[in-house]
Design a protein around this ligand. Structure first.
Ligand SMILES: *Cc1c(COP(=O)(O)O)cnc(C)c1O
Length: 360
């Protein structure tokens, strides 16, 4: 068996320790004589798994008591509809469009009410985060929506927008648990877990408790109400049991690593190695404004499509997988999530240096 360095944007690399534990427990999970895959979600054994996962997440993120943690299905994309259905009391919301995911959320919200695009960076291929210090926030906006780390373009908000008192809703799919956050600044902070936390097919939504009500848009399906999931401890129907179990193990791994402050330092260190190289390289260059660079997703190009393709091909042969950029932007992208070891980034930079020497 040989593991590659996997730079996929998602589903993505998971901590090897976690994968080994999952493998070891595949026939007998916690002395039950069965796999978690075979376990009733109503069993005390599974209840212990989900309770422990929530407890560890609360500890890691320092989640205040007036926030609920929901383990939901439908990925991050279902939240694009669920958020307006549950929050649009006035039928108005403001969207800051900084990439494809924010744009999709904005387009979806239009189906349910008046969604206003109050800022965008589309004019420069989403290569920067707009100034959000004094935006024309709508007086009757039910919330202001952002995508905090733009997975495809590699930008990240370094300061949250001034929402002028309105509720902030944030998609943190690709920066979830990469650094400490102040949960109390958000109404909803949510993320699909397959980027930086666990397997595909689940989203964790951390929702301020006063936003969870029966006052939703008419016709909202039962499964789309935060309240039904909250009232039932994320088990109104059968949850994604395996995913909750793996995420729980990742939370333990993060705690053992020293928590989110330590992860932030590690992530900064890793990203610096790659960005410093890009800044001095004569062949490669980063594609986004320096102040807005993501610690998680690092897009870069040579400026020559054929050379980009050659790089991706040779990198793959050398054991660096999934470096091709998103189909909408081309070039390359290295996603260097929590579980990517620093050795992986150093090895990638060494490989890039060698490629540069051979191709300049
Ligand atoms: C991947 C991604 C999504 C979509 O996630 P799904 O789980 O596939 O619906 C949404 N937002 C961001 C920021 C993402 O990176």
């Amino acid at each position: 068996m040989s593991r590659v360095y996997n730079f996929s944007a998602g589903p993505a690399v998971l901590p090897e320790e976690v994968l080994k534990e999952v493998a070891a427990e595949m026939l007998d999970c916690n002395g039950t004589g069965m796999s978690v895959l075979e376990m009733s979600h109503r069993s005390p054994a599974f209840q212990a798994i989900i309770d422990e996962a929530e407890k560890d997440l609360r500890e890691l993120m320092n989640i205040p008591d007036n926030y609920r943690v929901l383990f939901l299905q439908g990925g991050a994309s279902l939240q694009f509809a669920m958020i307006p259905m549950n929050l649009m009391k006035n039928g108005v919301a403001d969207y800051i469009v900084t990439g494809q995911w924010a744009k999709k959320a904005y387009e979806e919200a239009k189906k349910y009410g008046k969604a206003n695009k109050i800022a965008s960076s589309e004019d420069e291929t989403f290569s920067y985060i707009p100034d959000c210090s004094d935006l024309p926030i709508s007086e009757d906006a039910d919330y202001v929506y952002i995508c905090e780390n733009n997975t495809i373009y590699g930008t990240k908000y370094k300061t949250l927008p001034n929402t002028k008192g309105k509720i902030l809703v944030s998609d943190v799919s690709s920066c979830f648990l990469s650094e400490p956050v102040d949960v109390s600044k958000y109404g909803i902070i949510y993320g699909g877990v397959q980027k930086n936390v666990g397997p595909a097919g689940m989203v964790i939504a951390i929702v301020r408790e006063d936003l969870i009500t029966d006052d939703v848009l008419p016709g909202t399906p039962t499964m789309m109400k935060y309240k039904i999931h909250d009232d039932n401890g994320s088990m109104y129907n059968t949850p994604n049991c395996f995913n909750i179990y793996v995420c729980g193990k990742v939370f333990k791994w993060l705690k053992n690593m020293g928590g989110l402050e330590v992860m932030k330092q590690r992530n900064e260190e890793k990203a610096k190695i790659l960005y410093d190289f890009l800044d001095e390289s004569k062949l490669f260059r980063g594609t986004v404004r320096k102040e807005d660079r993501s610690l998680m997703n690092v897009p870069f190009v040579t400026g020559d499509k054929d050379l980009d393709a050659k790089f991706v091909k040779e990198a793959k042969a050398a054991g660096f997988e999934n470096l091709k950029g998103h189909r909408s932007v081309g070039g390359m992208r290295a996603s260097i999530y929590n579980a990517m070891p620093i050795e992986g980034v150093k090895a990638l930079v060494e490989f890039m240096k060698k490629f540069e020497e051979e191709n300049l």
